[in-house]
Design a protein around this ligand. Structure first.
Ligand SMILES: [Ca+2]
Ligand SMILES: [Ca+2]
Ligand SMILES: [Ca+2]
Ligand SMILES: [Ca+2]
Length: 482
């Protein structure tokens, strides 16, 4: 829900006497049997630098029953389902205060599910799901290559999360050449050691983290292109993973993305299948078991996925980079987890990487596309309805294999980092706050860099990077300098 719509809704509510405007009125004219409607949330949807100790709250158009876990779900991309304290029962404002501060740069997804109900006992008509990004503590965006962790074969993807729940961020690497997921544990101060190898992940091409079963431990899912399947790896606690299931029929699975597509409080998945030119939507049953809900055809050489609420209607949408047709497909969610192509952005050249963030600070998530064939990053502006247009072409990139966003310089806007496979380097691109990116720094010596992950690995509040190198069979920890 964007500022403008919020204001319109507020005005409308005032006009119809639904809200107590100016503190004097009452909700006397609203029908008590009607489902409650969300009229505002905090932090704002798609905020780029929400406070690390922010209270998450939702304002409804009537008094609500007390919320509880299951009804008001807050999940972090690095930490899974968050525990905390709920308040506001009997009032229109339900709040969630996390037990621990959010992590620097963490993506937070909030689901106001249909378990929530009004004081009269009427459930929400439809869920409301939104995201925001947590502030970082600063940094310069100049990185030092601090540590090299060897022992990989051909790392293809990387993700950061606190697998062992000890408070610092660990890494998981999809190793295509080793047919494995390598678990790299942060042993303190951002120093990593390989502590586990999940074998049998044949042709592992992508890895994504999410708390599939909602137990507060981040789990993993892996795209195993060699056997055309997605494997679900459950975190048993303490960072020990076990295969909880596989979803077959994912031909040449190349990319994964997670989000609560249907707003039931449990993270779902999407798979980009390069081999079958499709995007497959996998729904979570709430226990961490996934089934194919839909297959979207016509995604020629689907190579990358990203998600966000492009149209600001309270559900998470998808975008797919289609390497073969040189396009980005925008896939709109109807709120139930059913997706349809809303639009196609052409003019890409062998697009194989995507990132999303509100580059221009207008309250909606925008896109960035890595065009490996043109050696560029295309910055696409969202008009707020999910229609994207080219805003900037960033040249001098090489064989772009991955993109990641984060506020590297701590100024409150989301910047970019680019894995430049062909020039063996990571480029750091600074956002000026209105969506114009310029080169800030570069990190050489990343031989055939294929993947990036971000997180505050050393605990100084600055967002660091991990670069996985296909060419040197290693992972480099790139530390953001003060
Ligand atoms: Ca779900
Ligand atoms: Ca949406
Ligand atoms: Ca925007
Ligand atoms: Ca920034």
């Amino acid at each position: 829900m964007k500022n403008v719509r919020w204001r319109e809704l507020w005005a409308a509510c005032c006009a119809f006497g639904i809200l107590a405007c100016g503190g004097a009125g009452d909700e006397a004219t609203s029908n008590p049997a009607e489902p409650p409607a969300v009229v505002g949330v905090s932090p704002q949807p798609d905020e780029s630098a929400a406070g690390s100790s922010a209270v998450v709250s939702a304002t409804f158009d009537r008094n609500m029953n007390p919320a509880a876990t299951g009804g008001f779900v807050v999940q972090g991309t690095m930490t899974g389902r968050l525990s905390g304290t709920f308040s506001g029962g009997g009032t229109p404002v339900l709040s969630f205060e996390p037990a621990l501060s959010f992590r620097p740069g963490e993506g937070i997804e909030v689901a106001l599910t249909r378990v929530l109900s009004s004081g009269e006992g009427t459930a929400l008509d439809q869920p409301y799901v939104y995201r925001f990004v947590v502030e970082t503590g600063g940094g310069t965006g100049v990185f030092i290559d601090d540590q090299t962790i060897g022992g990989m074969a051909n790392p293809a993807a990387a993700v950061a999360g606190d697998w062992d729940g000890d408070g610092d961020l660990d890494l998981a690497i999809a190793d295509f050449g080793a047919d494995a997921v390598m678990l790299l544990t942060n042993v303190g101060s951002g120093n990593f050691a390989v502590t586990g190898t999940m074998v049998g992940q044949i042709g592992a091409r992508a890895v994504v983290a999410g708390d599939w079963d909602g137990d507060g431990n981040q789990d993993l899912a892996v795209a195993n292109s060699g056997v055309n399947s997605v494997a679900v790896l459950r975190n048993l606690g303490g960072g020990a993973f076990a295969v909880a299931g596989t979803i077959d029929g994912q031909e040449g699975a190349r990319a994964l993305n997670a989000g609560d597509w249907d707003g039931d409080g449990f993270m779902d998945l999407a798979v980009a299948n390069f081999g079958s030119n499709s995007v497959v939507v996998l729904m979570n049953d709430g226990a961490g078991f996934f089934t194919v809900a839909a297959t979207l055809p016509g995604m020629e050489g689907a190579s990358a996925l990203i998600s966000g609420d492009w149209d600001g209607d309270g559900d998470i949408d998808l975008a797919a980079a289609n390497f073969g047709s040189n396009t980005v497909a925008v896939l709109r969610n109807d709120g139930t987890g059913a997706f349809a192509v809303q639009g196609t952005v052409s003019g890409m050249i062998n697009a194989r990487a995507l990132s999303a963030g509100d580059w221009d600070g207008d309250g909606d998530p925008d896109l960035a596309v890595g065009n490996s064939g043109a050696n560029t990053v295309a910055v696409l502006r969202n008009d707020g309805s999910g229609a994207f247009a080219l805003m900037q072409t960033i040249d001098n990139q090489t064989g772009v294999a991955a993109l990641i966003t984060g506020d590297w310089d701590g100024d409150g806007d989301l910047d970019l980092a680019v894995a430049n496979f062909s020039s063996n380097s990571v480029a750091v691109l600074r956002n000026d706050g209105i969506g114009n990116f310029s080169a800030l720094s570069g990190i050489a010596g990343q031989i055939g860099v294929s993947a990036l992950a971000a997180g505050d690995f050393d605990g100084d509040g600055f967002l660091d990077l991990a670069a996985a190198d296909d060419g040197s069979s290693s992972v480099h920890i790139l530390t953001n300098q003060p």
